[in-house]
Design a protein around this ligand. Structure first.
Ligand SMILES: Cc1ncc(COP(=O)(O)O)c(C=O)c1O
Length: 509
């Protein structure tokens, strides 16, 4: 995995920022809005999942759901794919770009079946990076979700003889548009000359020249420009192999459209030079690094980015007298950040002599969103009810006994305001809070259905998708029980083995 994270932001907006109640109808962003003192996300009253107060709505669960609760709103994923396609289509028309744009989902951002299925039904190409990913692609092909015309871009290390490389050979027999993107020249020898033709990509390593744009100086991915050229000649000389794609990824998500595009210029220039006498070389693959909207700040302007990238590509290709490439964008966090929310109940309010009071929630912040404690990253955090009450500044604490299980993360000065509630009233009038735009990387890094810190069970998950006649279809994935957690940690083995063998007590003298 390349750098997946934004540097901690000191001045981002993650919450309501005032002691005043939230005005009726206030829009926090494109999908979060206050209505009747409650938060609507994608048009859904979220607190109603807990208090069962929803008037019958087609397809949504009638029964109250347990807290904490994870929500995956799958239509948002297809909407993200469509929105980026639209940005590039408009930019292509505007600047008269003569080649197409292709959207690929970088599946490492969230590899759950419903997510990959949603990106594919949204029309995305597929990007992957490991051996197990090959089996996922194969299952999607068999289910008819990954049709023949979709590209499968195989990034990641695929050393000669590795399970990943062997499985790519097998996958190529099932899917013509598989493009292994070489990280290293040794990878070519194993894949080429084995009875199947291959279209190859090569990944360009970041260099010191790119470092000004926030890139890693010590990237272990890809090959440098000289090696890339040698590898391109080697592919040219290899029967059944064609060099069709150059991949450049310049690191951590950037909030500056200009900086992102400037960082790609050396790679575009290399592409233009190599494409001059190679008719097959026709794809320039950029990304990841295009940010999602994980805070309430406006952030990255996707339309502007698309236009700047096309203009830069046209200019570089004109300078070299080369035809402009078809562009492929690999989008991980952009595709899946927004679709997911994680909802908690506040179970206690505790005074804090050195700062804002603690609101303790019924789950773990650090295991649900590991980037908060590991990298000081911020996500949107809003109450689901009581938005019409006065607010005050608070800190959230998770239920583990870990001092880092807090939000905002330690060291952060970003304010978090939530409605004023007294500990004594929580039983009668509970307060619920939601973390939003947490759909990229957090679940994969925290582990899906594994055993977690302080043996907290996995929360129940609600998958919501569009149904017929404007309604929804929902799938409830039950959370872990105590028995599940114990079994996962091997306690089933103890029971099977009968009475445990213990060492004889040591005599104390
Ligand atoms: C090769 C490659 N492509 C795409 C991505 C996705 O990046 P992002 O989530 O920033 O879009 C990654 C992330 O590590 C990557 O390594």
């Amino acid at each position: 995995m390349d750098s997946t994270h934004a540097p901690p932001s000191v001045a981002c907006r993650i919450a309501w920022q005032s002691p005043a109640p939230v005005p009726e109808g206030y829009r926090f962003n494109a999908f979060l809005e206050a209505s009747g003192g409650r938060l609507q996300a994608h048009g859904l009253d979220l607190a109603a999942f807990f208090d069962g107060s929803r008037s019958p709505a087609a397809g949504l669960p009638d029964d109250a759901m347990p807290s904490p609760l994870e929500i995956a709103f799958l239509p948002n994923i297809r909407a993200q794919v469509a929105a980026m396609d639209r940005c590039f289509r408009c930019a292509i028309d505007r600047v008269g770009y003569p080649a197409p744009f292709h959207f690929a989902f970088a599946s490492k951002a969230n590899t759950a079946e419903e997510i990959v299925r949603s990106t594919l039904t949204g029309g995305a190409h597929h990007e992957m990076s490991s051996d197990v990913d090959v089996e996922i692609a194969r299952r999607m092909i068999r289910a008819g979700l990954l049709p023949k015309d979709r590209m499968v871009l195989a990034n990641g290390f695929k050393g000669p003889g590795s399970a990943y490389a062997r499985n790519l050979l097998a996958l190529r027999r099932e899917h013509r548009r598989l493009i292994p993107i070489l990280e290293d020249s040794a990878e070519l020898g194993f894949l080429a000359g084995r009875g199947v033709d291959f279209d190859f990509g090569i990944r360009l390593k970041r260099t010191q020249r790119d470092a000004g744009a926030g890139a890693d100086r010590d990237s272990r991915f890809g090959v440098d420009a000289g090696e890339l050229e040698r590898l391109a000649f080697e592919i040219d000389r290899t029967p059944g192999a064609r060099f069709v794609l150059l991949h450049a990824m310049f690191g951590a998500p950037s909030d500056s459209e200009e900086q992102f595009v400037e960082a790609l210029e050396p790679a575009l220039d290399l592409f233009a030079r190599l494409a001059d006498d190679r008719a097959h070389l026709r794809f320039f693959d950029f990304g990841g690094g295009v940010p999602g909207r994980t805070t309430l700040d406006d952030g990255f302007d996707y339309d502007r980015f698309a236009r700047l990238l096309l203009e830069k590509t046209l200019a570089v290709c004109a300078r070299r007298g080369t035809r402009p490439p078809a562009l492929i964008g690999e989008f991980g966090r952009y595709t899946v950040s927004e679709h997911a929310a994680h909802l908690f109940g506040v179970i206690a309010v505790k005074a804090n002599e050195s700062g804002p009071p603690w609101y303790l929630v019924d789950g773990s912040i650090m295991t649900s969103f590991p980037d908060t404690w590991a990298l000081g990253e911020h996500f949107i955090c809003l109450p689901l009810n009581h938005l019409d009450r006065p607010f005050h500044r608070v800190r959230l604490g998770g239920i583990t006994c870990d001092r880092d299980d807090v939000y905002p993360p330690r060291g952060s000065v970003v304010p978090l305001f939530l409605p004023r509630v007294a500990a004594a009233e929580l039983d009668e009038t509970p307060l619920y809070v939601g973390f939003f735009s947490v759909g990229a990387y957090q679940e994969m890094l925290g582990g899906v259905r594994g055993s977690k810190h302080c043996v907290l069970p996995e929360a129940t998950e609600l998958l919501i998708d569009d149904g017929e006649d404007g309604g929804f279809v929902c799938d409830v994935v039950p959370g872990h029980t105590t028995e599940d957690v114990l079994h996962n940690l091997g306690y089933g083995r103890t029971a099977r083995a009968g009475a445990p063998r213990t060492a004889a007590p040591v005599a104390l003298v």
